[in-house]
Design a protein around this ligand. Structure first.
Ligand code: PLP
Length: 389
């Protein structure tokens, strides 16, 4: 058999391999503490679950429009207006089966041999994987610890060439928990006016996961780039709905129909009951989101304090998402080896920084989507492990 070369270049997300390995170790009786996978450990709020059950009972069993049901596209517009005071027509909203699908579609739309695509490194691994899949050249935008893991506009703008088709931004960010300050976003948007050929994919899936009083700066609030901005967002993180496979994108007029056709060719529409649940998520009470954030904040402070107490480890305080990205360079370990050995020997699942890019060496990612008790137990095991070597 001869498959096309693109499939020799496609990568993956190692968090799923770690999840599988952690599951296998647990099945053998090991007491595994999972700080690997990036998903809230909370249940989807009850009112949202009930809305899906009701939709099923009401007979919502068929295809929906490929773009998503009208009440959901309207709810997304209203939610964006409520939170960011921006106008977004429901006609620009596409409901998709998970946040990932927007990056898949956007990168397919702009990537081909001869094109450059800029993406954050360390960053969500699927960006690079998909860029390579299309044959485009992946150009990493360095996300540096000395810069608080925040994105740097000048450094990013300097990487743009006439071949650049797309720049991918992510704030609050996975895996480092960094948040791009408004001044940097302003500078980036101003600089992009010199590069009108560059489209922008803004991955804002963690837009409600901010701490220390930080406010999210949505790229949607910059009218001068709306005609080339693709927004990625969804329900997975904010409403603890990773397994529902639900997301949405905002596409500019010039691209919307291309994205709609991709939907028709690939997934037809998103699971109908899930779409009704998503309406309830956006229009119903938001208390569960606030409660989840209070708990994440407490865990964030705990994880940083405990990590900084470990020999050879230092961890800056992340201000977004639910990840800590400690520097482990002084432990003498290579990051992936450390993560792998810790899982096998102590049952603590983390992800090696290199799984998020070249600049991830020397770091590991801990998802603090686990109880404070388990976080404390996990870091105690790490202490024993690091002390032993
Ligand atoms: N974007 C980022 C930065 C993420 O971390 C994730 C999930 O971990 C996604 C997108 C994908 O989200 P979903 O599970 O909705 O596909």
């Amino acid at each position: 058999m001869h498959t096309v070369a693109n499939f020799d270049r496609i990568g993956e997300e190692n968090a799923f391999a770690v999840l599988a390995r952690a599951g296998a170790l647990a099945a053998k009786g090991m007491d595994v503490i999972n700080l690997g996978i990036g998903q809230p450990d909370f249940s989807t709020p009850e009112n949202i679950v009930e809305a899906a059950v009701k939709a099923q009972r009401d007979g919502q069993h068929g295809y929906t429009p490929a773009t998503g049901i009208a009440p959901l596209r309207e709810a997304v517009s209203a939610d964006l207006h409520r939170r960011f005071n921006v106008e977004t027509s429901p006609d620009n909203v596409l409901i998709v089966p998970g946040g990932k699908v927007t990056m898949f579609a956007a990168i397919l739309m702009f990537g081909e041999p001869g094109a450059d695509i800029l993406y954050p490194d360390p960053g969500f691994p699927i960006y690079r994987s998909m860029i390579e899949f299309t044959g485009a050249r992946p150009i990493p935008i360095p996300i540096r610890e000395e810069n608080g893991f925040a994105f740097n506009a000048d450094e990013s703008l300097a990487l743009i060439t006439p071949q650049t088709r797309l720049i991918i931004l992510n704030s609050p960010a996975n895996p480092c928990g960094g948040v791009t300050p408004k001044a940097e976003v302003d500078k980036l948007v101003a600089g992009l006016s010199n590069h009108p050929q560059v489209a922008i994919l803004s991955d804002e899936i963690y837009d409600q996961m901010l701490y220390d009083g930080k406010q999210h700066v949505s790229l949607l609030t910059y009218p001068q780039i709306r005609d080339r901005l693709i927004l990625l967002n969804g329900w997975s993180k904010t409403y603890a709905m990773t397994g529902w496979r639900l997301g949405y994108s905002i596409w500019p007029n010039a691209l919307y129909d291309k994205a709609r056709k991709l939907a028709v060719n690939c997934w037809s529409c998103v699971n109908a009951p899930a779409q009704f649940a998503a309406v309830e998520a956006l229009t119903g009470p938001q208390d569960a989101v606030g409660e989840m954030l209070i708990e994440f904040d407490a865990r964030r402070k705990l994880v940083v304090k405990l990590l900084n107490d470990l020999p050879g480890v230092s961890c800056i305080t992340p201000t977004g998402a639910f990840y800590a990205f400690p520097n482990i360079k002084d432990t003498g370990w290579k990051a992936k080896e450390l993560a792998g050995s810790m899982l096998e020997e102590t049952g603590v699942a983390t992800i090696g920084g290199p799984d998020f890019g070249i600049l991830g060496e020397g770091y590991i990612r801990l998802s603090y989507a686990n109880s404070q008790e388990n976080i404390a137990r996990a870091i105690e095991r790490m202490r024993g492990f690091l002390g032993k070597e």
